[in-house]
Design a protein around this ligand. Structure first.
Ligand SMILES: [Ca+2]
Length: 189
């Protein structure tokens, strides 16, 4: 423990007394308590209602259109998303890097055209039916899909019941690299 040793001239010889040790200990304890409280507030205070026990971490690869979270959500359920990371929208291009809020550009080659290219987005897929062609055996999935913007952080109600996917707001993902790390929380009502 850090103590402030003070030399006392009235004492005989060279005695060094830890006069402020107790005060230092109290200060350090107070600091640790403050640190603990602020980190607790950082989890509970910033986003009230977020259920810490129901959190899932997903890695969203930039070179895949959609990543299955393995999570089925219910329409109207409020969710909280928090994303970090840097991806490249074109390997080898030193200008093509972006964070989860995307690159400051909108193109026609992206699912959400009014949002930045490369931004983190989500979709919920509700499977209505699967039809199998009797001759070819080929499956056709009839699905209802709702897509929504996430970016670096958002609190949003699910637009549909179904499987939750996360992805990159870009159509041409084959030349991308990197990944976003996303924390997904349920929010209590
Ligand atoms: Ca690309």
């Amino acid at each position: 423990m850090l103590c402030h040793l003070k030399k006392t001239p009235n004492e005989s010889g060279d005695r060094w007394l830890p006069e402020s040790c107790l005060g230092g200990a109290v200060l350090i304890l107070a600091f640790l308590l403050l640190l603990f409280c602020s980190s607790f507030q950082g989890q509970e205070g910033r986003e009230p209602g977020v259920i810490q026990e129901r959190v899932r971490q997903c890695l969203v690869a930039a070179d895949q259109s959609w990543t299955d979270t393995g999570w089925d959500v219910v329409e109207g359920q409020e969710m909280y998303f928090e994303a970090t990371g840097v991806i490249s929208l074109q390997k080898g291009n030193p200008m093509a890097y972006c964070r989860p809020d995307g690159y400051n550009l909108q193109t026609v080659q992206q699912p959400l055209r009014d949002k930045n290219i490369g931004a983190l987005i989500g979709r919920v897929v509700f499977l209505v039916s699967v039809e199998v062609d009797e001759e070819t055996g080929e499956e056709t999935r009839n699905e209802i899909i709702e897509e929504f913007y996430i970016g670096e952080e958002i609190r949003i109600r699910m637009p549909l019941s179904g499987r939750l996917f996360l992805g990159i707001n870009e159509d041409v993902v084959g030349d991308n690299s990197g990944e976003y790390k996303v924390l997904v929380y349920f929010v209590s009502d």
